[in-house]
Design a protein around this ligand. Sequence first.
Ligand SMILES: [Zn+2]
Length: 262
Amino acid sequence: MLTAYHPQSSKQVFAAEQSSSNGPFFCPACGSELRIRKGLKRIHHFAHLPEKNCLYKGESQLHLRIKKQIYYSLLQELGTNVKDISLEKMIDTIRPDVLIEGFKKNIGIEIQVTPLTPAELIRRTTAYYERKIHVLWVLPFSATRFFAEDDGEFQPIRLKAFELMLYYMNYKTLFFWDDTEKLSESFIRVELGDVWQKPSAYYSIDWSTVIEFNAKKLKQKKMPIEIEYNLGLKNFKPVYAPPFPMPKSDYFLPKRFIMLKK
Ligand SMILES: [Zn+2]
């Protein structure tokens, strides 16, 4: 985590502005004491002790880097036009990486670097909905995932289970952030479509009959249709999405407040 609770000042403090001698520091989610981690190459952060178990333990350097970049990018974009922009604020059972208060609505940004179970995605989506917070899920962008190595054209990508659920929750779009900041210095929107396996036909083993296979829609593979870079939060609108059953699955997508492109 980039921040921790500092009882001496009764405040949330940033790892980048603290040293271990100013401690102790505590996790606002589980209450355990945290160690400060600083280094030349690493993002300055607070870490749980190995034996502690916490939902917010062990965020990767990639996760911390994206969180830091999004936070400073939003500070720059929105500045004093919103009530508050905060990092890692605990709201009962949820803790958005970045929370923007008073931008039309309250908006929570959830960066998801490691896979999440579909059940946990549904739990958090509902928890945000009940607190009237619009949630924007952000995944790490990787050019090699979207572009073919040989010709640089779009290629089909295989979505993880929770990404497939997000894809349906967001009306067939996903949002990303490029931590290298080479392709985009703000949010990236990817619109995706179905991938079909071509129809085929084979002779049976004794050559007597032709066996045909119809064209088949692949479940977890999707093809990028359009990628838009450098979207600021100003390019998004808060949307209420009604519940519906997720296609070809047993899941039911709950009522939700999401952010979509205007
Ligand atoms: Zn904790």
